[in-house]
Write a protein that binds this ligand. Sequence first.
Ligand SMILES: Nc1ncnc2c1ncn2[C@@H]1O[C@H](COP(=O)(O)OP(=O)(O)O)[C@@H](O)[C@H]1O
Ligand SMILES: [Mg+2]
Length: 366
Amino acid sequence: MTDEFAVEMQDVVKRFTTPEGGILAAVNHVTMQIRDGEFFSLLGPSGCGKTTSLRMIAGFELPTEGKILIHGKDVSQIAPFQRPVNTVFQQYALFPHMTVEQNIGFGLEMKGVSKVERSARVSEALEMVRLPGMEMRKPKQLSGGQQQRIALARALVNKPEVLLLDEPLGALDLKLRKEMQLELKSLQREVGITFIYVTHDQEEALTMSDRIAVMSKGVALQVDKPEAIYERPATKFVADFIGETNFLDGVVRGQTGSTVEVDLPGTGTVYIESSRTFANGQQATVAVRPEKMTLNREISGGNNLTGRVEEVIYIGTDTHYGVRFAGSHKARVREQNVTQGQKALASIGDEAVVSFTRTSPRLLTE
Ligand SMILES: Nc1ncnc2c1ncn2[C@@H]1O[C@H](COP(=O)(O)OP(=O)(O)O)[C@@H](O)[C@H]1O
Ligand SMILES: [Mg+2]
């Protein structure tokens, strides 16, 4: 029944004893389902439990509680080498004294695959990572990017059902990393293998993934498509971690249907569309992306708040304005510079109106 899922984590907990003698839940009741053929990312800050989750799927760690299923089969008690998965690490650790062919074919040799078949599969794997004909090189005769591709070929050569990648591009410089992101994505599409990709880089996750699990402190806060994570973050943490967000803290003063009236003390009243129900007097935070706000271009039927400009930053494609309101609120507004030689919409010290529609914010309570 569960065959449509490549991997399932069912209420998985992993507790470690810390050197100080305490107990730490590195992964705390995580449930998620990764679909077959999906490029799925675990995204979150350092220490949130990404690597521990991946190591449990690989079998290098056993869950304290809960189950891990691969294609519907409970693998919780199965050894790593018997699971249909393979892992690519950030430290890709190729054997320096071996050729590329020997490095990639090592696992196959251990399994007793014949030399002829080995060499055919190694060439095929090298084609996949776009390094055909590199069989006889030694790792030190390759660039960092090429070494990472060899590590990838080594992981792909025995045709795993699921490939686990733990920050595999972390050691590369920015330009190469961006290139490899696109290549990895298209490689994944070509081979159709499920990829579970760990990263702390939100832009990387947005660029590459079909779906993302945003993690914090051992918990998966939201599992969704990139655009849903960005447009409809479930919590303040998610809104803050992915992209930039303005948070305007307020108090709910009423709700008519889906329209919620929120008082931003000292700053003004705003009206926000939400599918949730709020209680009068409830604390709530209006979360709005800077590009969804405008400066000095009032929106009729929208929210228009008057404040004072205290920062103007020209960055070529956009100009960013920092605006402070009468209450303790402030906002950063991003305006695109769409015409040549476009003048700033306001200068530092000016009074200005910040506007946003009723549908662009998220009204969040946690
Ligand atoms: N073997 C271990 N023993 C004790 N604590 C660990 C162990 N492995 C990881 N941790 C702790 O578990 C938490 C999550 O670690 P990890 O999964 O590596 O995070 P991430 O990969 O998201 O940076 C961290 O606080 C880390 O220090
Ligand atoms: Mg890690």
